[in-house]
Design a protein around this ligand. Structure first.
Ligand code: AMP
Length: 208
């Protein structure tokens, strides 16, 4: 496959600067396929393992779409573990290094909830969290979804293996369906994953 440079796509200069800063030159295969589709606003099903560059594959289009002037929560990324949530938050922070007014907050179980509530009150446009804790905040109304237009399910198969299916579906129900972009990444595509894609995605594009 021919390599695609990040500069070939209509990506904001601040993001391109960060990408260059991180030492990325060509897009990885999953990025070359996924970034244009996610940037076009499509729902995407991405079959990809870790280490393929999938975080930037959804992170770049996500940052491209965020309105920094709007202080409300606009995107939720769900991850199976605290470690992955921190890792994804770090990568997206690096990608947003030259953007102004973007707040990114990891929210996971095991961390003091009152500290999280305080941080959430400060306003974050992007939350990266584990399903159980995000669910908890939604019930407490310390996370509000009225302005959320993008949800990413990262390592969806792992989240299902860990018993998060009900939480994921409840979280998806909280997010306004009108204008919602739902992006799902998974290493494997067992039936429960396909059921979620059928139930919550519209005209999804599949990428391998
Ligand atoms: P991920 O699969 O998202 O966990 O990414 C794996 C690693 O590859 C991370 O350290 C990324 O920073 C790095 N990476 C992602 N995209 C690229 C790229 N296009 N070129 C070089 N490294 C990359």
């Amino acid at each position: 496959m021919e390599t695609v440079k990040f500069t070939e796509l209509d990506i904001k200069p601040e993001i391109l600067k960060a990408v260059a800063n991180m030492g990325f030159e060509a897009m990885s295969p999953i990025q070359a396929k996924a970034i244009p589709e996610v940037m076009a606003g499509h729902d995407v099903i991405g079959q990809a393992q870790t280490g393929t560059g999938k975080t930037a594959a959804f992170g770049i289009p996500l940052l491209q779409k965020i309105d920094p002037k709007n202080r409300k929560l606009q995107a939720i990324i769900l991850c199976p573990t605290r470690e992955l949530a921190i890792q994804v938050a770090d990568e997206i922070r690096r990608l947003s290094k030259f953007m102004h007014g973007i707040k990114i907050l990891p929210v996971y179980g095991g961390q003091d909830i009152n500290r999280q509530i305080k941080a959430l009150k400060g306003g974050a446009q992007i939350i990266i969290g584990t399903p159980g804790r995000v669910m908890d905040h939604l019930r407490r109304k310390t996370i509000r979804c009225e302005a959320v237009n993008t949800i990413v399910l990262d390592e969806a198969d792992e989240m299902l293996n860990m018993g998060f299916r009900e939480d994921i579906e409840t979280i998806l129900e909280y997010i306004p369906e009108e204008g919602r972009q739902t992006v799902l990444f998974s290493a494997t595509m067992p039936k429960p994953i396909l059921d979620i894609t059928k139930k919550y995605q519209h005209d999804a594009v599949t990428i391998k």
